[in-house]
Ligand binder design. Sequence first.
Ligand SMILES: [Zn+2]
Length: 156
Amino acid sequence: MTASPQRPVRAVCHRCGGPKQGPFVPCKTCSFVPLGEERPIAWLFGLDYLTEEEMLQAGERIRGGEGPDPSSALRELAREEMGALPLSSAQLKPLSTWQLLGLSVGNLILTPLIGGALWYGMREDRPVAAGQIARLTVPVIAGLTLMWIVLLLAQL
Ligand SMILES: [Zn+2]
């Protein structure tokens, strides 16, 4: 591939407002790569959805510090328009009470890394379950971190 400065701008990065050659390519300005739930948002900042003028204005607003926050209806529209499958019922399925209980016990007795690993593995395909895992795991990590800080301070 040869680098050319004249490549057409087909999208702007919704993190930094920088020009990109397509909504889903990595941003050369800030290295942001839209994945998972960021992809519909990235699509909304491309020429598939905006006119060139609107897109350049959106890029300017983002560079000015305005963070994009499209409504869930707009994200759903983007998801459909960009050809992604709507989330299936299997993907939307939450964890069962027993799975949640097991995770809580594992997080508390063993290590909250369990919750972290599960969240990492599920964040793309099972967003609902991953959200449940995050809500259970983050307080445990915060609590343990606080405990360690208190213990360390007590030893000084
Ligand atoms: Zn960027």
